[in-house]
Design a protein around this ligand. Structure first.
Ligand code: PMV
Length: 323
């Protein structure tokens, strides 16, 4: 049996601003998706007959990317990510399927993580009507800390460029990484899931409408871009206090863009007295918040008491791998 594991992700800075060409910073987290593949008398997913139309990511990878026409396969999927919560569960699934299938077909060849990032991005785009940012797929494939931007970002290491023809025209991205200093392992991320869900596309559209009604909000977008750069400097230097302060400041700007909600604010407020900083992560309107903590247990308890579901991770887990 061939098996692979791909991590989920957490956006530390730059959600929504990345849609306007500014950088976004994401880290891979310890939780993720594990996929196992073996030959079988008929096509199966988690023991049930496999219906290709219900699983466009998996179908695209097997048929269009690997051009697989061998015997039927049985796939098992185990995930410890909350789905549709901004943790990159579909990107992790795409990466894990790609890596497990590669291992099943060419077990002697090492994984090419950049190739996997590209194929997972193409699977996401196919499943999402041609609209997908490469943030989740690149972070899950490469692991560590990934910076996605319209152009190369100073202080980062360039890995590859990618583009996508979307219904709104061609979009280009530069994918870069930041090597995290050893001191960063003194801090943990505690994610808090609100249990609420809001589609990313709707949140992005809401921000676009608000920006056209209140042009002064472009100051907040610019502020998020500045905070992202300050956060990146703090990350690279292992300056945890400055990193936490940047997260707090980012949350205030995201509130002004009306992407936070009472549940996210409640979890952020509950975490802050015990944390270095806290903010919503991802599209907002529900999903998750994240806190930076030296005492993750305490923060996880505070989040739980406030009604959230906590998950603790180090900053920058390893990327997709065969397991
Ligand atoms: O889908 P999420 O919750 O990880 O958030 C996506 C981040 C946005 O900046 C809001 C959208 C995007 O495409 O980058």
């Amino acid at each position: 049996m061939a098996s692979a594991f791909a991590p989920g992700k957490c956006i530390l800075f730059g959600e929504h601003a990345v849609v306007y060409g500014h950088p976004a910073v994401a880290v891979a987290i310890d939780q993720g998706v594990r996929v196992s593949i073996e030959e079988s008398p008929d096509w199966r997913l988690e023991g049930m007959p496999f219906d290709p139309s219900r699983h466009p990511h998996i179908t695209h990878i097997i048929q269009s990317i690997f051009n697989y026409d061998g015997p039927p396969l049985a796939l098992e999927v185990q995930s410890d990510l909350f789905s549709a919560a901004g943790m990159g569960s579909s990107a992790a699934l795409s990466n894990a399927v790609g890596a497990a299938l590669h291992n099943h077909l060419n077990s002697d060849e090492p994984l090419d993580n950049i190739k996997l990032a590209r194929l997972a991005h193409s699977a996401e785009a196919t499943a999402q009507k041609g609209r997908a940012s490469p943030t989740d797929t690149a972070t899950s494939a490469l692991g560590g800390c990934v910076v996605v931007s319209g152009e190369h970002v100073e202080g980062t290491r360039h890995i590859f460029d990618t583009s996508l023809v979307t219904p709104e025209g061609k979009r280009d991205w530069s994918i870069n990484v930041v090597d995290l200093p050893p001191g960063i392992c003194e801090a943990w991320l505690v994610l808090g899931y609100t249990g609420e869900w809001s589609p990313t596309g709707r949140m992005v559209a809401n921000v676009a409408k608000l920006m056209s009604e209140k042009p002064e909000l472009s100051d907040d977008m610019e502020a998020i871009a500045r905070i992202t750069k300050a956060g990146l400097t703090a990350l690279s230097a292992g300056n945890l206090e400055a990193l936490g302060m940047a997260m707090d400041a980012c949350h205030e700007r995201l509130q002004r863009l009306e992407v936070s909600n009472p549940s996210l604010d409640r979890l952020v407020e509950a975490a802050r007295p015990h944390a270095l900083g806290a903010k919503l992560t991802g599209a907002g309107g529900g999903g998750c918040m994240v806190a930076l903590a030296e005492d993750p247990q305490r923060v996880a308890e505070a989040i739980e008491v406030a009604g959230g579901k906590p998950l603790t991770s180090k900053l920058g887990a390893e990327g997709v791998r065969v397991v």
